[in-house]
Design a protein around this ligand. Structure first.
Ligand SMILES: [Zn+2]
Ligand SMILES: [Zn+2]
Length: 137
């Protein structure tokens, strides 16, 4: 089935990195894992994932980080913005840091993963699926 078209653009803080994404049938969720807490410097990271074919770089990031063999995290070398998460076990998917989208209207959180390391005081998003670890989404 061909995806419908809901084209958006996004980029890093300094503007050196830009991408285009078709968010039709995207999945967006908050990851509370320790890696994402460290990588973002915050409590959790919202990611929006789509099929590879629905994403393309307009200007690629030069930063590439690996905390383990499980995933590559691409980031802007100039300003440090975390851009994408690409998991070894999900070769046909790409996840972008949701906060880098220029326009997040209509992009709703539908699940939360690695809730076992959720910070005290951070409440679950009401009404969305909660997974102690990887939710396979
Ligand atoms: Zn940048
Ligand atoms: Zn994570």
């Amino acid at each position: 089935m061909t995806p419908k078209t809901d084209l958006r653009q996004g980029g890093c803080l300094c503007g050196a990195v830009r991408y285009e994404i078709n968010i039709d049938r995207h999945r967006t969720g908050n990851c509370h894992c320790r890696d994402c807490q460290k990588n973002s410097g915050g409590a959790f990271m919202p990611f929006t994932s789509v099929d590879r074919g629905q994403f393309r770089w307009l200007s690629e990031p030069h930063g590439e980080g690996r905390a383990s063999e499980a995933a590559i995290r691409r980031f802007c070398e100039k300003c440090g913005t975390p851009m994408t998460w690409e998991g070894r076990d999900y070769p046909n998917r790409i996840s972008v840091s949701t906060g880098t989208l220029d326009d997040v209207s209509g992009v709703e959180i539908s699940y939360e993963i690695y809730t076992r390391s959720r910070w005290p005081g951070i409440q679950p998003v009401p009404g969305v699926r909660q997974y102690e670890a990887d939710g396979g989404e």
